[in-house]
Design a protein around this ligand. Structure first.
Ligand code: HEM
Length: 439
C-alpha cells in the first residue's frame, strides 16, 4: 500500500509530466496530494469572474497539463484536437465521471450512459427530436410563451412604474418558461405538473450543488447526513411525480406516441431488447431531459439578453493510450475543452472576438472563424447535443415573441459576475427593464 501511495502521489505525476514535456506540453507545477487544486480554488473565488483555465491560458499555450489532485488533466483549446477526440467512435475516450449527487440531480439518462447502453438509448430517443416533431412542438413553445406573457400582464406592474417600465428578474423568468416548455413538449404534462416538478428540481439542484462543492470522500454519499437525507427525499419526490405522469400516460391510446415520453413508453413494451427501455430507465431519462432541456436554454436566453455565452467547458477521460494529432495521451488522463476560451479566442475568431457581431455567421457557422470547427457550443461527433435543434427552435421562438412585444434594457442594478454553477450563471441575477411596446 505504501508503494501504491508513492506511485500515485509521486512517481506517476513525475513520469507523466516528463512524458508530456517531451511532446512540448507543460503546465503549472504539480504539488504533492493537491496537484494544482489550490491555485484553481484561488482563481475561482477571485472576485473578478475568472474561469481558471483563462488565467492559465495567459501563461501556458493552447494545450497544457494540470493536476486535479493526482489526476492528470489536459486542457486544450485546439479545435482540431477537440474535433478528433469528440468525433471518435472508437470509445477511446468517455465522458468524465460525475459526482454521485450530480448524477441524482441530472438522472442517469443518455448523458451519462456509455457503450451499448448509450447506443440503445440514443437510437430510441433520436426520433423524438426530429425536424418533423419539432414543427409540432413549436406550437406548444408558442403557447407556453403566451402563457408567461399573460402572467406578466396579470402581475400588472407596467402601470405602477415610471413610463410603464417593469423591472423583471429575467434569469428566473426564463428558467420557469423553459421548464414549462420542456415539460409540455417532451412529457405532455400540464402546467401545474410541470411547475411542481420544476419547484422540486430547483430545491434538489441547490442541495446537490451544495453537496458537490464539499470535498469528495468515497462512500459519503451513502451516509444518512441531513443533506443526503434531503437529497434522497427530493429525489423520491421528483421520481414519484414523473411516475404519476407515466401512469396517466400508460392509460392513453398508443401512450400519446408523438412526444418524447410517448416514444419511450412504446419502447417499454418492445419485445426487442435492442429497442427496449425499462420504466426505471424512462424515469431517469425524464429527469435527464428535464434538466438538460431547460437549464441550458434558459441560460442561453438570459445571456442572449445580455451577451452570448452558453456551456463553459466539456470534458472526457482517455480509456486507453491514444494518439490524437501530434499528442500522445496516456490512459486515465482527463481532457478539458474550455469552450469559454475557445469561443472568444482572437487567433481563431479575429480581433473582434469579444464583440457581439451576429454578422460573423452570415455565411454559415463554418465560415465564421478561421477554423470550421471553432464553434463547439453543442459539441460534435456521436455524443453531440441531441437537443440542439430543439434548443435553437425554442430560443428563436421565445426571443422573437418577446422582441415583438417588449423593449428590453439592462437594469442599472445588474452586477456583472458570471459564476460557474454547472453552467455559467449571472451570479446576482439578470434584472432587466421591460417595457411593453403595445399596451
Ligand atoms: C442552449 C442549449 C443547449 C446547449 C448549449 C447544449 C449543449 C450540449 C453539449 C455541449 C453537449 C455535449 C456534452 C459532452 O459531450 O460532454 C450536450 C449533450 C446533451 N444535451 Fe444539450 N445543450 C442544450 C440544450 C439541450 C436541450 C434543449 C436538450 C433536450 C431537449 C438537451 C439534451 C442533451 C442530452 C440528452 C445530451 C447528451 C447526449 C448524449 O450523450 O448522447 N440539450 N448538450
Amino acid at each position: 500500500k505504501i508503494w501504491e501511495c508513492c506511485r500515485i502521489l509521486v512517481w506517476r505525476p513525475l513520469m507523466l509530466s516528463r512524458r508530456f514535456k517531451k511532446q512540448g506540453i507543460s503546465g503549472p507545477k504539480y504539488s504533492l496530494f493537491y496537484g494544482n487544486m489550490r491555485e484553481i480554488r484561488k482563481m475561482k473565488i477571485d472576485p473578478t469572474p475568472t474561469i481558471f483555465s483563462l488565467a492559465f491560458f495567459l501563461i501556458f499555450r493552447e494545450t497544457f497539463l494540470y493536476w486535479n489532485g493526482t489526476e492528470p488533466t489536459i486542457c486544450t483549446s485546439d479545435p482540431e484536437l477537440a474535433k478528433q477526440i469528440l468525433s471518435s467512435k472508437l470509445g477511446f475516450s468517455v465522458r468524465s465521471k460525475r459526482r454521485p449527487e450530480l448524477l441524482i440531480f441530472f438522472g442517469k439518462g443518455l448523458s451519462f450512459s456509455e457503450g451499448a447502453d448509450w447506443v440503445r438509448h440514443r437510437r430510441i430517443l433520436n426520433p423524438a427530436l426530429s425536424t418533423d416533431r419539432l414543427k409540432v412542438m413549436t406550437k406548444s413553445m408558442v403557447d407556453c410563451t403566451l402563457r408567461i406573457f399573460e402572467e406578466w400582464r396579470k402581475q400588472n406592474k407596467y402601470e405602477e412604474t415610471e413610463q410603464n417600465v417593469m423591472k423583471m428578474e429575467m434569469k428566473k423568468e426564463f428558467y420557469r418558461l423553459t421548464a414549462d416548455i420542456i415539460a409540455t413538449t417532451a412529457f405532455g404534462s400540464s402546467y401545474a405538473e410541470g411547475n411542481e416538478i420544476f419547484r422540486a428540481h430547483v430545491e434538489l439542484r441547490n442541495c446537490c450543488v451544495t453537496s458537490a462543492t464539499k470535498v469528495f470522500i468515497h462512500g459519503k454519499q451513502y451516509l444518512p447526513t441531513p443533506l443526503n437525507l434531503r437529497i434522497w427525499k427530493l429525489d423520491r419526490k421528483v421520481k414519484n411525480m414523473i411516475r404519476r405522469i407515466i401512469d396517466t400516460r400508460l392509460k392513453w391510446k398508443n401512450h400519446g406516441d408523438d412526444d418524447l415520453l410517448g416514444i419511450m413508453l412504446n419502447a417499454a413494451t418492445s419485445e426487442d431488447p435492442e429497442k427496449k427501455l425499462s420504466i426505471d430507465e424512462i424515469i431517469e431519462e425524464c429527469k435527464n431531459f428535464f434538466i438538460s432541456g431547460h437549464g441550458t436554454t434558459s441560460i442561453l436566453l438570459a445571456w442572449t439578453t445580455m451577451l452570448l455565452r452558453p456551456i463553459i467547458q466539456m470534458s472526457r477521460v482517455a480509456t486507453q493510450d491514444m494518439n490524437v494529432g501530434r499528442v500522445e495521451i496516456p490512459k486515465g488522463t482527463s481532457i478539458i475543452f474550455p469552450l469559454l476560451k475557445m469561443h472568444s479566442d482572437r487567433d481563431v475568431w479575429g480581433d473582434d472576438a469579444d464583440k457581439f457581431n451576429p454578422l460573423r455567421f452570415a455565411n454559415g457557422v463554418s465560415q465564421a472563424a478561421n477554423n470550421p470547427n471553432a464553434l463547439l457550443a453543442f459539441s460534435f461527433g456521436p455524443r453531440a447535443c441531441i437537443g440542439q435543434h430543439f434548443a435553437m427552435m425554442e430560443a428563436k421562438t421565445v426571443l422573437t415573441m418577446i422582441l415583438q412585444r417588449f423593449r428590453l434594457n439592462l437594469s442599472r442594478e445588474y452586477k456583472h459576475a458570471p459564476m460557474d454553477y454547472i453552467s455559467l450563471h449571472p451570479q446576482y441575477g439578470l434584472p432587466i427593464m421591460v417595457k411593453p411596446l403595445h399596451i
